[in-house]
Write a protein that binds this ligand. Sequence first.
Ligand code: RAM
Length: 893
Amino acid sequence: MPIQPIQLRTEYRDNPLGLDELEPRLFWRLAGKDRSERQSAYRILVSTSLEALAQNIGDCWDSGKTLSGESAHIVYAGAKLQAEGRYYWKVQAWDGEDRASDWSETAFWTMGLLSREAYKGSWIGRKKEPDADMQPSPFLRKAFSAKGKVARATAYATALGLYEFHVNGKKVGDLFAPGFTDYDKRVQVQAYDVTDLLTEGDNAVGAVLGDGWYCGTVGFLGNHVYGERPFFLLQLNLEYADGSKESVVTDASWRTARGPLQYSDMILGETYDAREELTGWDRPGYDDSEWETPDVRSGYNGLLVSMVEPPVRITQTMKPISVRRTEQGTYIYDMGQNMVGWTEVKVRGERGTKITLSHAEMLNPDGTLYLDNLRVAVQQEHYILKGEGEERYEPHFTFHGFRYVELVGYPGEPDLHTIAGKVVHSDTPRTGTLETNDAMVNKLYSNITWGQRGNFLSVPTDCPQRDERLGWTGDAQIFARTASYNMDVSQFFTKFMWDMIDSQQPSGAFTDVAPDAGWIRHKMWNTRLNWFAPDNAGWGDAGVVIPWTLYLMYGDTRILETHYGAMERWVEYLRQTTADLIRPDYANYGDWLSIGADTPNEVLATAYFAYSTKLFSQIAGVLGKLEDEAKYESLFQSIAEAFRKAFVGSDGRIKGETQTVYVLALQFGLLTEELRQLAIGHLTDDIARKGDRLSTGFLGVGYLLPALTDNGRLDVAYGLLTQEEFPSWMYSIKHGATTIWERWDGWTEHNGFQTPTMNSFNHYSLGSVGEWMFRYMGGIEADPARPGFRHAVVRPRPGGRVTSASASYESLYGTIVSEWEKRPDGSFRLRVVVPANATAAVDVPGVRATVDGVAVSGIGDSGDGWAYEGELYGESRFVVGSGEYVFETAPGI
Ligand code: RAM
């Protein structure tokens, strides 16, 4: 059997709807059982007709048999795509021996409306209630008649605010739509196929609106950041069986009313009065004569773009592990996990009874909820019963970060089945797994993934509980590589780059927070301190680091092309605001939340300036812009030289002498060979002096273990990984952490809780060690020359108390596995799986290797999917094609 194309995707997605990308990229994987399976050619057919496609007619595009091994990012190159077009496609592949596969199954995508003029509707909302401080959520509805059988119905919906869309009594779509963008500049539009929900004759559509990021509380910026109240826009396009067309759009003919949602705010929680439910409001035949005429907004100047980010969904339901009755008669539940989302509650009781659900991450020593770290956030729901048997309730436009839930005013005796925790985040499917022989290391990895689940909600937020929850760019860039091992963040970060672009300053500066939520525009930063300035080192650099990460992990060159100019402006901005290539002391966050170490701002900022410049030169190289590549490489060399002159002594000591100055200089390539040797000595001396402990903050921590490992001190890296004394990762785990904490000292035995003004227990930044765990410990590394894991480097590094590890990564080509064990006799076993159409270089720690139990003799090609390249510094190197291989090395090494 030759290879077979499977899992077709368009723009990284399964059958996406409403694209506005005129040259969408196509992806597939290849299934094949033999070793070294590869594709030598493909043929793609695209048609608007399933019948034509079945007859192998690609009337929109027939790529012809194309000699190419590429099976990802194939750019559509057929007839011009039309608004609302539905495009079916399939692909055939040829293997290395030129044997043709069967045609794949058919996939499709649809195009969106493509032009502003195509939106015929108006933005509608409900007038403010004069006396209410917190506004009730508006309900909107429209009854209409479909004059015949509906052959196709597509709804294009969005809101300034949040919306929940309903069609004939059914809720359609996902959570927190349309997502967080800079609403002054753009809003995402969601497309839904609602054909099956409509009937001939009477129908009804409706929406419930939430304030969301548009007009509700955003972080600590207060409310009304973009607008005063929410508005909804709908274009429902109907195609009848007879070919005629009709649209139902939002306009003044809709009806609006308030319903049971007294208020629902991201940061301030929700109150729901079930007595005010509008039963049947989203169905035809409902009497809306008492409802009001909606308020029509005059217009909107931002862009209407097709949804790029993955939808927010409930991905898991958690059961509490215990419940305890307090002296006050309330009940405190422990979910067993610090999680993000909300609680669903079941209740029976008298009409008018009010119950309250309160959420917290930690407990005070007296067992009460620790609420001090929430600042102005109120993680509470109030539910007022209608008293009609069992009632189930979960909130609508709010979310919380919590492990503990307090139930107040509950009628009767609640038990472990009364509540359930709903885990809510951007639905970025899991791509990584990692397990070792060490339970604490496994727990650390689990905590890292929970940090990501808890904080990737439309944008990468810093924390999910207090009044902040903003897209801090420094946090995002340091964690981006870890994030992309854990989950498929291709679309998530593609969208976030638009947020960064929308907030990029005219000067070229990328901001500390994106979307900047009006913060810069409204000059809400403190100019004297440069606090919340637009260009902090390690924050603004996200504008270069994130596209580069998407290139490495997904082989995405379009993201580099699209944002090339913006990245160039950033590097030029940095260049122009330096004196003699040394960045001024203008990086106020520094190595944020480092512990017992103060990295000088100018050292840190100059190092990051060099790093952004170097990445930009590499990006220019990838895009074939050779002049720029040379120009910025030479700028990088000059910055490195200026850095050494200004900050590095001949003894290799770097100004500040913190662990972070050493690791940044080492990892960004700022030192000469001689200085490198000296610097690694100073770094390890500092670690030893601190009792084998770290002192790095957000920026240093991501490079700490890589710097040690790359410079021959794997032993020190493992020592830090498994250090259990404060400050360390394991310290928090020893004290019950189920997520990564914002601060090393969020809670300590000696001081208890840190200052409540900034003490999140769910912040992923210090979890950027996940990158090292995959790249070095697990050993799954990307090769920048053949990115996206077309060619992987598998190089596991056993050490410390970690004697076995199993890592897997779901790449664009399929699953890569690196599973190893170091035995007490020193022998080493490694199982590697490489997906079809990919290859890997495998470095096995040890010599005298065998492959599948057969001793390797001499350098060369085995003819069985692998080639032995020989021994190198105590390692054996193989190059392998797809398939599964078991490598072993002799004992005693
Ligand atoms: C705090 C948050 C965030 C960080 C900024 C500098 O508000 O901890 O993670 O990026 O400060």
